[in-house]
Design a protein around this ligand. Structure first.
Ligand SMILES: *Cc1c(COP(=O)(O)O)cnc(C)c1O
Length: 420
């Protein structure tokens, strides 16, 4: 459930009419609902209430906006970060260092050092090589780095290939059949406190079965590690739960996920860590856009909106579907192609979409844009970076300024030697 609903014929974010935001901030603009974020955070936490003291670390890459992170910090969430930049944000948003998990295959020396200096809660080590490098830095600092070893369980998550991370050919984690050997070796390193296993098989999972298969493999591995004398006190089960992108679409509910986790992890005797991203933020945001022009096409009209693939990359990148609705629907429906202004055919949000009829100047939204939306924005076609607004009841605030194209240009230089 979300808080983007029609009231008196006008789409609102909570109690704020979307046209008011468009008038004040301009379009395109991302609009987030605090109540929806908080609600999702609670639903997910309640779904895990059968577990002993689970730790939830929001996957910052899904929506790194500081205000969004603060809402989640207020809900008791930590953060799963995948870069030094995300670590800085999570701390700036008020997340406690000990509640932060650092994932990613390419943490640089500087990033590992930053994590140690900030005394984060856990490093998810993605390779043997990374483990040795972290150990050396930790020794130099006289610190112990709490670590989980990320394994690649070779499970097909049955999602889009670009967001599948748990197949053996994917770059993430160490192969399951080498995990015991690597864990045992790293556990001997001074500077490392090897405390558990991590797994994350992909995103937008529509089915719990691949997760269950992966978790079952982790359970077996934990048993093997203990058999050879290793200590395992934590297991990080990653994120990945999908969200409905189309009205009426059915996905596994957090409660079903929680029940499956409770069943599969029974007797593991570890502290479980979770890294949800999309399921928390996805339906808590929309991208508000204005129709620039309606262009006659051969079979269907092209509705050209002022948002583009640089603002919302998912359709161009993954062929993703986002529901598209008028902010003030007249009841008239049409079938149209919905496109942005960018000079790429890939800048197409939908083809042959049945949707509200729109005329130039009308406002519309792309739903389910709260995760992997603004965070993937670029300035392609010198369009600048899209603004973000957070709504809370009847108030709202700009939580990310629009960065205009000329501000980006200000960071560029033409060297003297090019001047004729
Ligand atoms: C992206 C990512 C997540 C979050 O995935 P969602 O599908 O958004 O829940 C969690 N953990 C890791 C390691 C990730 O890379």
């Amino acid at each position: 459930m979300d808080h983007f609903q029609l009231r008196d014929g006008i789409l609102h974010a909570e109690d704020v009419p979307l046209p008011a935001i468009a008038d004040e901030v301009g379009t395109p603009v991302y609009v987030y609902s605090r109540a929806t974020l908080a609600r999702h955070a609670r639903v997910f936490r309640d779904a895990l209430s059968g577990l002993k003291d689970p730790h939830i670390a929001f996957a910052v890459k899904a929506n790194p906006n500081l205000a969004v992170l603060r809402v989640l910090a207020n809900e008791g969430y930590g953060a799963d970060v995948v870069s030094g930049g995300e670590l800085t944000r999570a701390l700036a948003a008020g997340m406690k260092p000990e509640d932060i998990v650092f994932s990613g295959v390419g943490k640089t020396h500087a990033e590992l050092q930053q994590g140690l200096e900030q005394e984060i809660g856990q490093f998810n080590i993605e390779s043997e090589e990374e483990g040795y490098e972290l150990a050396a830095i930790a020794r130099r600092f006289g610190k112990q780095a709490a670590c989980a070893l990320r394994v690649n369980p070779d499970v097909d998550a049955r999602t889009h290939e670009k967001i599948s991370t748990g197949k053996r050919e994917n770059k993430f984690g160490v192969p399951l059949d080498r995990a015991t050997e690597i864990y045992t070796a790293l556990a001997k390193e001074d500077g490392l406190d090897m405390r558990g296993i991590a797994v994350h098989i992909g995103s937008q999972l529509a089915d719990l079965e691949p997760l269950e298969t992966a978790f079952t493999k982790v359970g077996t591995l934990i048993g093997e590690l203990r058999n050879v004398g290793c200590s395992v006190t934590h297991a990080d089960l990653g994120g990945g739960l999908g969200v409905p992108y189309k009205a009426g679409e059915e996905l596994p509910a957090p409660a079903e996920y929680g029940a499956m986790v409770a069943r599969v992890t029974k007797g593991w005797d570890v502290r479980l860590v979770f890294e949800p991203g999309r399921v928390i933020a996805g339906n808590a945001g929309v991208l508000l856009t204005r129709v620039v022009r309606v262009k006659r096409g051969i079979e269907r009209p092209f509705v050209v909106v002022d948002a583009a693939m640089n603002d919302l990359a998912r359709p161009a990148m993954y062929g993703a579907w986002h529901d598209f609705e008028a902010v003030q629907p007249t009841g008239e429906r049409t079938i149209a192609h919905i496109v942005g202004p960018i000079c790429e055919t890939g800048d197409t949000f939908a083809m042959d979409r049945e949707c509200d009829a729109l005329v130039p100047g009308d406002l519309a939204i792309f739903r389910t844009a709260g995760a992997y939306g603004a965070t993937m924005a670029s300035s392609y076609n010198s369009r600048g970076f899209v603004a973000e607004v957070l709504v809370d009841g009847d108030r709202h605030a700009v939580v990310a300024d629009r960065i205009p194209a000329d501000a980006i240009m200000d960071a560029e230089r033409v060297p003297d030697w090019l001047e004729g």
